[in-house]
Design a protein around this ligand. Structure first.
Ligand SMILES: Nc1ncnc2c1ncn2[C@@H]1O[C@H](COP(=O)(O)OP(=O)(O)O)[C@@H](O)[C@H]1O
Ligand SMILES: [Mg+2]
Length: 159
């Protein structure tokens, strides 16, 4: 059986923390689908298409592909033939919300298992939100996002 995992998120934009989780997932599962959430209600910095493009540009694993989804994640997982949802955990603060979602998703679809992964320590404080804040205030984000992403942010918001 093909072990297929979905790694869902907003990815606005993708960071080195996300990439670390993608790499760990690619090593662990036969196939990984990075799934960008279509309507997440947050006012995004990058459009859905831009976020997908950036992930494609920096994802260098042959068993990783990028998709988009709206509606119920577990429904998308079943449609894609995925048995696993991957989520990243940074600190205890992520845990409560992630636990709620995982248990709700299990109730909705017991066949899909949620797996939590920890990124490398160096990325454990990284979030897309913080990256955007620091960047907008003129701080350096180099080493925290892929160079392609940094380039795009500079093009979008020239200082
Ligand atoms: N630096 C990081 N280390 C580990 N996991 C991370 C990191 N940044 C984000 N994640 C995880 O990646 C997933 C997608 O994150 P994100 O793009 O913020 O989407 P969401 O809006 O679903 O939180 C989440 O499980 C999040 O906890
Ligand atoms: Mg988040």
């Amino acid at each position: 059986m093909t072990r297929r995992a979905i790694y869902p998120g907003s990815f606005d934009p993708i960071t080195n923390g996300h990439l670390d989780i993608i790499e760990r997932s690619a090593n662990m599962f036969d196939e990984v689908i990075v799934a960008v959430l279509v309507n997440d209600g947050k006012d995004p910095m990058f459009s859905l298409e831009e976020r997908v493009e950036m992930i494609r540009a920096v994802s260098r694993w042959s068993n990783v592909r990028v998709g988009t989804f709206e509606g119920l994640l577990v429904q998308y997982a079943v449609e894609q033939g995925a048995q696993v949802i991957v989520r990243g955990i940074r600190a205890v603060s992520d845990y409560e919300y992630e636990l709620q979602m995982a248990l709700m998703n299990r109730r909705l679809e017991p066949r899909v298992e949620t797996v939590f992964m920890m990124s490398a320590e160096a990325y454990s404080y990284l979030s897309s939100r913080l990256i955007k804040e620091v960047f907008k205030l003129g701080g350096s984000i180099s080493g925290l996002v892929p160079p392609d992403v940094e380039q795009r942010m500079k093009q979008r918001f020239p200082s």
